[in-house]
Structures are given as C-alpha cells and as structure tokens.
Design a protein around this ligand. Sequence first.
Ligand code: MLT
Length: 303
Amino acid sequence: MFKIQTLNKISEKGLGLLPGESYSISEDGTNPDGIILRSYKMHDMEIPASVKVVARAGAGVNNIPLDRCTEQGIVVFNAPGANANSVKELVIGAMLTTARDFAGGVAWTKTIAGEEDVAKVVEKNKSNFAGGEIKGKKLGVIGLGAIGVQVANACSALGMEVYGYDPYLTLKAAWNISSSIHQADNLDKMLKVCDYVTVHVPLNDGTKGIINAENMKLMKKNAVILNFARGGIIDDQAAVDAVAAGQIAKYVTDFPNNTVIGKDNVICVPHLGASTDEAEENCAEMVSQQLKDFLETGNIVNS
Ligand code: MLT
C-alpha cells in the first residue's frame, strides 16, 4: 500500500484515479511515498526520507526545491499542458477586456446606480469606454510550450497577426504551431512591432525580467503586456513606470504584489490562470497517473 500526502487541496475527481486498494492518503504526513501539491512552497519543508516522488499538479515547479529533491533521489513530476486550455482562455479574456475597457466600464456603471434616467447617463458617457478590436492587431508570444502554442493558435484564429519567440522551441511544440504564426528570432524586433505581448515561459535565471525597463522602451505606446506565467518574468516596477509614463498602455498580471496593485492601467488578478474545475481535474488526473506508474513500475512518464 503506497501512501500519498497532499499539501494542497487537490481535485478529488482527479485523485480518484488512484486505485483504493494500492494507495491511501497519508492524513498526518507520516512516511508518505509520494507528495502531491499545487502552490504550497516546499522550500522550508523537511522532506521525509520515505518520499520517492513529488508531483506538482500544475505546470511551474518553482515552489519545489529541485536541488534537494535531486540530492535525496526524489523524482519530480509536473503536469505539462494539463491546464493549458484554462490559461489560454483567461489570456484571451484579458486581451479582450483590455481592448474594450471592460473593467473600466463595469466600475463606472456601478457608480450610476440610482440615477433617475440610467439610459440617458449611459448614452452620454459610453464614449469614455470605447475600445478597439483585437482582430488585425499584432501579438507577440514569448515561449512556445504547451500554453504559448495554444494562445498563439487561438489568437491567430481570432484574426490577430501572431509572432512567436522561443529560442528553445521543441520539435513536439513546433508540430502544433499553426502555419500562420511568424517565428521571431529576435525578441527586441518583435517587441517593437507588437500591440500585445504575452509571456508563457517558466521563471528561471534566463527568463527573469525578460521584459524590462530597457526593452519596454522599444515597445509601442498602445502596447499591452500580459503575464499569466510567473511573477518576476516581467519586471513589475519597470512595467508600472512604463504605464505611468505612457510608454506602454497597460500591464495585466496574474501575480499581484504591492508594486502593481492599485496602479492605473495595471490590471491584477489573483493567480487565476489555472483556477478552473477542468484544469484542476486534468492536473490531478495527470499527476496521479504519473505517481501510480512510477511507484508501481518505476517508469517515469512526465506527460
Ligand atoms: C501552473 O504553474 O500550473 C499555474 O500557474 C497554476 C498553478 O500554479 O496552480
């Protein structure tokens, strides 16, 4: 009987794949064979010697101390692509809502509650919230992994002119890229022409601050930057300053902190990219299958 410890609430439907007769959930965390987690930060945690495998029910693994896992001989899995559709949908929603000033319109409409002739007030003021279409606009996607490819293809289908930048593009991802996506080999050149730029790379030494004060200067004044990947990939302070100075139009981030919260034209959401029932189920299902395979047979399949 293998014992699994869950460090976050994990979709029960997904975990249901763990066969009851061979697995149990270690409620008190004693001697688990495997750990499943979402965003719990394991860096300060002592990992019990019994643990053979750690599985992240999500894409990013920056909440797991990979060096320590390697030292302890622990295999680490993630769930590549399992939440890609949910993230893609939120990115597209964010682009559309910034293009049409949805947030501004919603906030203003609340202020006219109780007006005698609401329709008249609306007609008088609605031009303040007029927007534009995303069709025909240029989108730059940084990172063409599972999520970036889905965003690129969907936005191309919506009529955007899409550029993809990824110096580490894998063959598997390349097969899935629509032929209408232009591959950019120079980040600065891509930033110069894009109306929207979205990042879909993991946070590491090579991607930290990939969009920063220097290259933001190259961007168009109407440009919108979106970060639904990880805090730190965009230099938040530089983005706040660039928006305030009118160097770019808007910054949307799924990773709020005190640098970005409450700033005009900086739109923050509370790490909602993968917060859907479907993504949670898909991730739990993928990692519990990986755990099962590994603990039963020693096979390592991370997909
Ligand atoms: C991911 O890494 O999969 C997403 O950011 C969602 C999450 O952290 O749960």
